[in-house]
Design a protein around this ligand. Structure first.
Ligand SMILES: Cc1cc2nc3c(=O)[nH]c(=O)nc-3n(C[C@H](O)[C@H](O)[C@H](O)COP(=O)(O)OP(=O)(O)OC[C@H]3O[C@@H](n4cnc5c(N)ncnc54)[C@H](O)[C@@H]3O)c2cc1C
Length: 420
């Protein structure tokens, strides 16, 4: 629906007529150019990049080139957890920068992304877990990021759904919560950024796959696509699970493996839980969507794959562990499971920076945790593309860190593939 067309009357009319009078939220742009910047990938990160380029840097000749439809990648497949309580200070800074943007995002985009700061709780299952959570909480507080250590009783009060018995399969000793964390509606994030970017003149070109790069010697000058060649001053890769493949089209090998990550959702039920529960020890997590379904997931598959489907045992593991934590879940019917392809970097941290070819940039390697970074990552990538300089928060995440031994080891901050 176009901006500014909401009114009680139009909503009523829409309800009666099946919303047939609604206009497109963004134009179906045709490939044009030359552009100042081409962003490859119409996921949340790519769209946010285009939006901030136009809005904050006045770069208006921007195209987002998407091989499928907007939000059809991991943006529309993820389990929507938003938090900034990571382990490494560089990531804490980056993700808290993003978390602050989440808190004002619906207003900024004039689109309800349904951000819900309902709290994100890590469970501790042993004294050793609790020591680790306490250390992480201290480190976060030292960085100015909220963290609250909870004892058993506090966890039991917050999440009555959990099995707090001393004889439980996985006893719960306490937890660490970030109250500013929570969830957001994933599709709405893609649609909100797409609509806002379009209204600033960004061309969003769907059903247009990048199949190669235009080159002038050592410089990338645009992209080769299924809908023709498109020229650009700067070309920005932002394709999540396809990072390795697309970089390969330019002859560049990235320190990234693509792995499938699965999720599941149950039938909708009345509110059972109003926070996000995660267990790093058990490699599982769950929350309840606004629609009522319990949504959960766990580890990525341990073998590399570009298939958007996963192995049954991973699904079974995460469901079994979730039921061990909250036995009432066993009474619900699972209605759906699905998978996305995530780009697992070798230190578990993203890559935002220049590629070894002039005019070519990369934002990728977000592993299984990039949704939470969407506004922050887009804004930082836009800064790099507009100014040619990395923003200080993004600077540590350059590609050269792997060759220079400056890795940012966040592996295992969530469920992780067993092969690494
Ligand atoms: C099951 C699952 C659960 C997850 N849960 C969470 C979570 O709870 N919290 C969290 O923070 N993160 C989570 N993630 C990770 C998160 O979804 C990703 O890190 C993030 O969405 C990636 O960025 P993106 O949104 O831009 O990617 P995408 O939405 O995948 O966008 C990339 C786009 O590039 C397009 N593309 C690819 N190749 C080409 C090409 N050659 N030409 C043109 N376009 C191309 C794709 O079609 C795609 O639309 C989860 C991921 C999965 C799969």
């Amino acid at each position: 629906m176009g901006a500014g067309r909401y009114s009680a009357l139009s909503l009523l009319r829409g309800a009666i007529t099946g919303h047939r009078h609604w206009g497109r939220a963004w134009r179906a742009a045709e490939p044009g150019g030359p552009y100042d910047v081409i962003v490859i990938g119409g996921g949340g990160h790519g769209l946010a990049t285009a939006y901030y380029l136009a809005k904050e840097h006045g770069v208006r000749r921007v195209a987002v080139v998407e091989k499928g439809y907007i939000g059809g990648g991991n943006t529309g497949r993820n389990t929507t957890i938003v938090r900034s309580n990571y382990r490494q200070p560089q990531l804490q800074r980056l993700l808290d920068y993003s978390l602050k943007l989440w808190h004002g995002l619906s207003d900024d985009l004039n689109y309800n992304v349904m951000f819900s700061p309902r709290g994100a709780l890590f469970l501790g299952h042993s004294d050793a877990d609790m020591v680790k959570l306490a250390e992480r909480g201290d480190a976060l507080i030292a960085m100015g990021i909220d963290a609250e250590l909870m004892d058993r009783d506090a966890v039991a009060r917050l999440v009555p759904l959990l099995d707090m018995g001393r004889d439980a399969r996985w006893p719960i000793e306490g937890g660490l919560i970030q109250r500013r964390g929570g969830t957001a509606r994933h599709d709405a994030v893609a649609w909100g950024f797409a609509r806002a970017a379009d209204s600033l003149g960004v061309d969003i070109i769907e059903n247009c796959e990048v199949t190669g790069f235009l080159r002038d010697g050592g410089r990338v000058t645009g992209v080769r696509t299924t809908r023709g060649d498109i020229a650009a001053g700067r070309t920005a890769i932002c394709v999540a699970g396809n990072s390795g493949h697309v970089a390969g089209l330019a002859g560049i090998k990235l320190p990234i493996e693509s792995h499938t990550l699965q999720a599941w959702v149950t039938e909708p039920v009345k509110p059972m839980i109003d926070t996000v529960v995660m267990s790093q020890t058990l490699h599982c997590y769950f929350s309840q969507s606004d629609k009522g379904g319990m949504v959960g997931g766990g580890d990525p598959d341990f073998f590399p794959s570009y298939a958007q489907r996963g192995a049954p045992m991973r699904l079974e593991d995460s469901i079994a562990q979730s039921i061990a934590l909250a036995p009432a879940l066993s009474r619900l019917r699972m209605v759906r499971s699905w998978a996305g392809v995530t780009d697992m970097s070798f230190d578990g941290s993203p890559i935002i920076g220049e590629m070894p070819l002039d005019g070519l940039y990369i934002n990728g390697g977000w592993c299984y945790g990039g949704f939470k970074a969407t506004p922050g990552s887009g804004r930082l990538y836009a800064h790099l593309l507009a100014t040619g300089e990395s923003h200080p928060i993004a600077a540590p995440f350059d590609l050269a860190r792997f060759a220079q031994g400056r890795t940012i080891d966040e592996t295992g901050s969530g469920p992780m593939p067993q092969s690494r």
